[in-house]
Design a protein around this ligand. Structure first.
Ligand SMILES: Cc1ncc(COP(=O)(O)O)c(C=O)c1O
Ligand SMILES: [Zn+2]
Length: 377
């Protein structure tokens, strides 16, 4: 018998753990991993012992993901001004983006289930990540991507021997094509947007932050705020789940305020959180391709987390994203892709609104490496 089941974050209804990408039949929401052989409040008694959905630790497919460094940003911090601004360099993960913790867990579970061929759709980074881990696990992967995805991301996906399926049209059209393909060929749909295992793997981000800030005393205390670039919300959700488990175990006493940043050109979460009107038809192209998600499948869960942590949701202009991308490279030596720079543009907005104060400790993940999506010159 498995030690986990899949549970709806909204109504709590559960079903046995499998590899289907089905959502809750009542709420339509993607499911989470729930542990059934542990007392959930005592789940994480130790910051180094992260609960895992994998049955046999030996079956883990790993490339050494996680444990990314945190560095202090003195120049940008001085300008905003924020005296305790830290960046967690997520682009130092094996495929150059934060996706790898989630992928490692999802592909490991797939291997335990005997999966030999899978389908995924992505704006580029999740596709590259799934391609790499599938290659390592000996699983054939089909990755559906927007035909206009950055050339470097397409090259990276191809390098792992993946069968790549470029699709013209919107990001939603790419998902539809992937869904049709997996149904037609009877293949597993390993969607990072829907998979409970991807979300569960990403949780390690929260554990690492506690390890770095509390156990290793990076700054003497936990961050007061974490600011994320959010499309489908996997990093924000994963961080929250990790923090929540460590709070339930008494290892931290409070969860940081979690903030979501979106491009003004694609801002469903910002609109929903702030009661503004916005519809799919309002979406236009953005330089922040990783967060160009007009209908996030986990929207309810993301909004709930923003409310529970007294966070916020802000939209940023294209020009401020590109300016922040340049500043990060020229003033801090951090070459981030535009999607990642969007979080810093949002941080600037939150600091100027007074939501984040000068003496607050702030953490921003730098989610993807700059060479993946180079700025227009
Ligand atoms: C570099 C980068 N940052 C952030 C995100 C947003 O992640 P999520 O869609 O899980 O919110 C993505 C997603 O593709 C990404 O590629
Ligand atoms: Zn439900």
């Amino acid at each position: 018998m498995s030690h986990i089941e899949l549970r709806c974050p909204r109504c709590g209804k559960s079903r046995p753990a499998d590899m289907s990408a089905e959502v809750c039949l009542d709420c339509g929401l993607p499911l989470d991993v729930a542990y059934i052989t542990h007392d959930e409040t005592g789940l994480a008694a130790d910051v180094n012992a992260i609960p895992s959905p994998i049955h046999e630790p030996g079956s883990m497919v790993s490339l050494g993901e996680g444990n990314t460094p945190c560095v202090k940003l003195l120049t940008i911090g001085g300008r905003l001004p924020l005296s305790q601004l830290f960046a967690k360099l997520e682009f130092l993960n094996p495929t150059g983006s934060f996706k790898d913790r989630g992928t490692a867990t999802m592909v490991s579970v797939a291997r335990e289930h005997g999966v030999t061929e899978l389908v995924e759709d992505s704006s580029g980074n999740a596709g590259a990540s799934v391609s790499a881990y599938a290659a390592r696990a000996g699983i054939k992967s089909h990755i559906f991507v927007p035909a206009d995805a950055p050339e470097a991301k397409l090259r990276q996906i191809r390098a792992y021997g993946t069968e790549i399926h470029p699709i013209a049209g919107t990001r939603e059209a790419v998902t539809s094509a992937a869904v049709a393909f997996h149904q037609q060929h009877g293949l597993v749909y390993a969607s990072h947007m829907l998979s409970p295992y991807f979300a569960e793997g990403t949780k390690a981000f929260g554990y690492e932050v506690v390890q770095q800030f509390v156990v290793q005393q990076l700054n003497g205390a936990m961050p007061d705020h974490v600011v994320f670039p959010v499309g489908n919300g996997s990093l924000l959700i994963g961080a929250f789940q990790g923090f929540r488990e460590l709070q339930a175990s008494g290892i931290i006493d409070k969860i940081p305020r979690l903030h979501a940043v979106q491009a003004r050109n694609v801002m469903p979460l910002v609109a929903a959180f702030n009661n503004e009107t916005w519809s799919l038809a309002d979406a236009t192209k953005t330089v922040a391709g990783g967060i160009s998600v007009a209908a996030p499948s986990r929207q309810w869960q993301i909004l709930e987390i923003l409310r529970l942590t007294a966070g916020s949701a802000v939209a940023v202009d294209e020009s401020s994203i590109l300016r922040m991308q340049r500043d990060l490279a020229e003033q801090e030596g951090i070459f981030a892709e535009p999607t990642s720079a969007a979080a810093f543009a949002g941080l600037e907005e939150l600091a100027s609104q007074g939501v984040i104060q000068e003496s607050d400790t702030v953490l921003v993940p730098v989610t993807g490496f700059g060479l993946k999506d180079e700025p227009p010159r």
